[in-house]
Design a binder for this molecule. Structure first.
Ligand code: ZN
Length: 176
């Protein structure tokens, strides 16, 4: 478990975490989809748009569950998307740009879907509250479906032959 947070004890606390995560995901998928459109890779762009919509749907469901509930008013946690091989909490948004390959975009998405799934699965295991465990378990199952969807894309020969994320190099700059 690499997402630093305390054990989540109440439904309200859980919902605040889920809202933070799903809003961040929706925003990042929009960036990835825009980036793929610049590459004229409309198929992958549409996968990212779909994942963006799933995140928005999750966020809406969470907002519905939170209706009428007093949520903790402070963000308990700073959740940002990461890049593979990037320090936890480091901001790698510069990597999401027009120079990124499809493979790199898929790797970033996969990395963060796995984090999301692991977070929900961890809550589903560790929370002392049965309702929190149940909600988190449902979210974990849905995130697993997103992981599967990305996995299927990554296994396609045209993407699996591209260099993986760890070979990500900054664009070649003239030596100065
Ligand atoms: Zn997801």
């Amino acid at each position: 478990m690499n997402i630093n947070t305390k054990i989540i004890e109440t439904v309200a606390e859980f919902l605040v975490h889920a809202i933070t995560m799903e809003d961040e995901s929706a925003e990042r998928y929009e960036m990835l989809a825009d980036s793929m459109e610049i590459h004229n890779n409309n198929e992958v762009a549409s996968v990212f748009r779909k994942l963006m919509q799933y995140s928005e749907k999750h966020a809406d469901e969470v907002h519905d569950l939170a209706a009428g509930m007093k949520l903790p008013s402070i963000a308990p946690w700073d959740y940002n998307w990461n890049c593979p091989d990037f320090p936890e909490g480091g901001d790698c948004s510069d990597m999401v740009n027009y120079l990124m390959t499809t493979r790199q975009a898929l790797d970033i998405a996969m990395h963060n879907e796995v984090r999301g799934r692991d977070f929900y699965a961890w809550v589903a295991r560790e929370s002392p509250d049965a309702e929190v465990r149940r909600l988190a378990g449902e979210m974990a199952d849905e995130e697993q479906e997103h992981v599967n969807l990305l996995q299927a894309m990554l296994e396609r020969p045209e993407f699996s032959s591209e260099p993986p994320m760890e070979d990500f190099d900054p664009p070649n700059m003239p030596e100065g």
